[in-house]
Design a protein around this ligand. Structure first.
Ligand code: PMP
Length: 409
């Protein structure tokens, strides 16, 4: 069985890595738990924070540890609210995300997520949460050239801020550098940098959710590195510990951190943190993972083998169902359509992507099926071209088998 999705796009270093297992065991024997409250810290967490500051974009100078992505998004939203309240801008409350964006499932983050399934019946989004259209080229709201998509996105953000009452009322814009759960949607080159600049001009915080894209997934350690983008806040999880142990983090700039520490009323310090904030075993696991990313140059492998994957997926266009192929590094997808000329979608009742996923499984390959008949691939970053060829072969067979099934139904 080949895992073409790295668990839940998190097992970046692959399975059974003894260095990581031993690091966890050593840390468990030495100190299995330490509170991060009351001024305490622990060695692996401190060391990991230093490493993350060293490796991440310059702007990010401080780290708050969480247990995963959703609580990192929720912590970010609370931090932003606190930041503007203690710096005398309590009116800055609205937050903006992208349609098809995904920011976890907490009561706050799920509203910022731009997927109807995460909103319906949950009374979400919250009244201060808003969305602008995705940069989704295949079904574009903005036109199809890079320039049209970039200028359209910037204009949509500016208009949304104006509609919400201007910069004084808006706190932040959130995005993933590549949209993951929305269907692996890759923005045009220059989009991320343009949105960063737009946020600076609009005087709103620019928050990047690198929960999937971080730790080599797109071919750089962080996807922000492609365009040297310096966010105000970066959210990470998944590849941080490669799924060997739960952990996430919020990386923030010095101005925000200083406000949390210096500007708070003495009797009311920043009251936020979890029992397992900075968990020493997870921190030791993360440090072992970082060593592997660096030693084995996994971001570079992701770039090189990712290009091979994208070429292979492009060749699948021979199949009449394959309408769109997209990806960056080892993060890729195909979109299956009923009619390639008109891009007409399949009747959702046919459940085509689930059928292909099942056929892939029967052929020894795990892929992910998204809504709108998107099939996603995000294998561990240790794969070689030979592994990719096997995955592509199994996927091609799965699509043909699904077509046969449908024809005979
Ligand atoms: N943000 C993004 C971009 C994600 O993809 C995810 C999880 N897939 C999350 C946040 C939430 O992370 P978790 O599942 O660890 O809570």
């Amino acid at each position: 069985m080949l895992d073409g999705f790295a668990g839940l796009w998190c097992v970046n270093i692959g399975y059974g890595r003894s260095e990581v297992i031993e690091a966890a065991q050593r840390q468990m024997s030495k100190l299995p738990y330490a509170s991060s409250f009351f001024g305490f810290a622990n060695e692996p967490a401190l060391q990991l924070a230093e490493e993350l500051v060293r490796l991440s974009p310059e702007s990010l100078q401080h780290v708050f540890f969480t247990l995963g992505g959703s609580d990192a998004v929720d912590s970010t939203l609370k931090t932003i609210r606190y930041f503007f309240n203690v710096t005398g801008r309590p009116e800055k409350k609205h937050v903006i995300g992208l349609e098809r964006g995904y920011h976890g499932v907490s009561s706050t983050g799920a509203g910022l997520t731009g997927l109807t399934s995460c909103h319906r019946f949950f009374d979400l989004p919250l009244p201060n949460q808003h969305h602008i259209p995705s940069h989704y080229r295949y079904r574009s709201s903005y036109g199809v050239t890079d320039a049209e998509i970039i200028s359209g996105s910037v204009a949509a953000l500016e208009t949304k801020v104006t509609d919400l009452g201007g910069s004084e009322k808006v706190a932040a814009f959130f995005c993933e550098p590549v949209q993951g759960s929305g269907g692996v949607i890759v923005p045009p080159e220059g989009w991320l940098a343009a949105m960063r600049d737009a946020c600076a001009k609009l005087d709103i915080l620019f928050v990047v959710d690198e929960v999937i894209t971080g730790f080599g997934r797109t071919g750089q350690l962080f996807a922000c590195d492609w365009e040297r983008v310096e966010p105000d806040i970066m959210i990470i999880a998944k590849g941080l510990t490669s799924g060997y142990s739960p952990m996430g983090a919020v990386l923030m700039n010095d101005e925000i951190y200083r406000a949390l520490v210096d500007k708070v009323p003495r009797d009311l310090p920043f009251a936020h943190g979890f029992t397992y904030t900075g968990h020493p075993v997870s921190a030791a696991v993360a440090l072992a993972c970082l060593e592997i990313y660096e030693r084995e140059r996994l971001p570079e492998n992701s770039k090189v083998v990712g290009a091979h994957l994208l070429n292979g997926l492009d060749a699948l266009r021979e199949h009449p169902w394959v309408g769109d192929v997209r990806g960056k590094g080892l993060l890729a997808a195909i979109e299956l359509v009923a009619n390639r000329e008109t891009r007409e979608s399949f009747d959702p009742r046919l459940n085509v992507s689930q059928l292909v996923r099942r056929k892939a499984y029967e052929n020894g390959l795990i892929v992910r099926a998204f809504s709108d008949n998107v099939i996603g691939l995000a294998p561990p970053l240790v794969v070689g071209e030979g592994d990719i060829d096997q995955m592509l072969d199994r996927l091609a067979r799965a699509i043909c088998a699904a077509q046969t099934d449908l024809r005979e139904a």
